[in-house]
Design a protein around this ligand. Structure first.
Ligand SMILES: CC(C)(COP(=O)(O)OP(=O)(O)OC[C@H]1O[C@@H](n2cnc3c(N)ncnc32)[C@H](O)[C@@H]1OP(=O)(O)O)[C@@H](O)C(=O)NCCC(=O)NCCS
Length: 323
């Protein structure tokens, strides 16, 4: 059977680093409060010349180089983002053009922090249907542009960045010993749409708007939703937490990561944590964490890796793959 196999990974971060201490004087907060409640120590913030398209392009180029491929080898780009350069056209098309790619097709996916998990799942379906052979899956965000910098309960949590994977069609036996994507589950429930949202948009206010969040409400639902969708993915693949080599969760809050891993019985040392370095980069957080864990030698060919995310909507999902 056809499997979607990871051939390359890459990432890109804005030049400017903002440490927790840099908020002191901007809003009433402290390094201690932010670090204790979230695990975040710093985040990267885009400068005027850095956009979702430029960061996404840079991450894509690193992933292509890692795969030993060029844009000519790619036939689909799926970009997960909630902070596109423009309302339209899709920022994926802008990245396609920046890469000098004038064949194939490209589109954006919007599932907020779950965007990358949705995009990987979508790319897998295009590959398994035979409609695409090699797909660039990118998560790129500039959440700094939609933050209310006077709201201490949200502005300290998010950061900017991009990560990318090259997925390629390969042959598998149809067992969980195969390399590639092995199982996935996606969920959403719009009943929660007002708990984490942006208070503007083209069809309502005609403005971009700012991110609004009931942090405590999000926290309350997060662990249950994450563990449900992961258990569904384990059941699909017929595995347990002990079979995993690495757990690469969405990086919103270290306490959510720790509580989910504990509830699922995933050993602490298997969790890849980068929220301390990047903050919450929404759809970029999972591929950024993957890039870090591949670069430092943790994730190796043949490892069983679980990706997971939960975000605005709410949306949530998990993907199991063998690297
Ligand atoms: C946002 C979050 C860190 C807040 O932590 P918490 O322990 O729930 O804190 P609370 O919301 O109960 O607020 C506690 C107090 O800290 C204050 N506070 C909020 N932000 C603060 C900040 N940056 N610095 C200092 N104090 C802050 C609040 O005003 C509140 O004060 P009060 O008790 O006088 O009203 C936490 O709820 C969270 O992580 N939620 C999930 C968010 C998330 O992951 N979102 C993305 C999902 S994709």
């Amino acid at each position: 059977m056809i499997r979607s196999i990871v051939r390359g990974v890459g990432s890109s971060l804005p030049r400017r680093i903002m440490k927790n201490a840099d908020f002191e004087g901007v809003v009433e907060t402290s390094d201690e409060w932010i670090a204790q409640r979230t695990g975040i120590r710093q985040r990267h913030i885009a400068s005027d010349d850095e956009t979702t398209a430029s960061l996404g392009e840079a991450a894509a180029r690193v992933a292509l180089a890692d795969a030993g491929l060029t844009p000519a080898d790619i036939d689909l780009i799926v970009l997960a983002t909630s902070t596109p350069n423009n309302t339209f056209p899709a920022t994926a098309v802008e990245i396609q053009n920046r890469l000098g790619m004038h064949h194939g097709f490209a589109f954006d996916m919007q599932a907020v922090c779950s965007g990358f998990v949705y995009a990987v799942t979508t790319a897998d379906l295009y590959i398994r249907s035979g409609m695409a052979k090699r797909v660039l899956v990118i998560g790129s965000e500039t959440f700094s542009r939609i933050l209310d910098w006077n709201d201490r309960s949200t502005c300290v949590l998010f950061g900017d960045g991009a990560g990318a994977l090259v997925l390629e069609a390969g042959e598998g036996e149809g067992t969980i010993a195969d390399r590639g994507i092995l199982a996935a589950s996606l969920r959403s429930d719009g009943v929660h749409k007002d708990k984490l949202y942006v208070d503007g948009g083209p069809s309502t206010t005609g403005t971009v708007g700012h991110l609004r969040m009931e942090g405590r409400e999000v926290f309350k639902h997060a662990v249950g939703m994450i563990t449900d969708v992961i258990e569904a993915t384990f059941a699909q693949a017929g595995i347990t937490a002990e079979d995993l080599d690495w757990f690469v969760p969405h990086q919103a809050n270290k306490r959510i990561i720790d509580a989910s891993a504990k509830k699922l019985g995933i050993a602490e040392e298997k969790a890849v944590v980068t929220v301390n370095l990047h903050g919450n980069t929404s759809a970029a957080s999972v591929p950024l964490a993957l890039s870090v864990a591949v670069a430092d030698g943790r994730i190796k060919k043949g490892d069983l890796v679980l990706l997971e995310a939960m975000g605005g909507g709410f949306t949530w999902g998990a993907v199991l793959l063998r690297w």
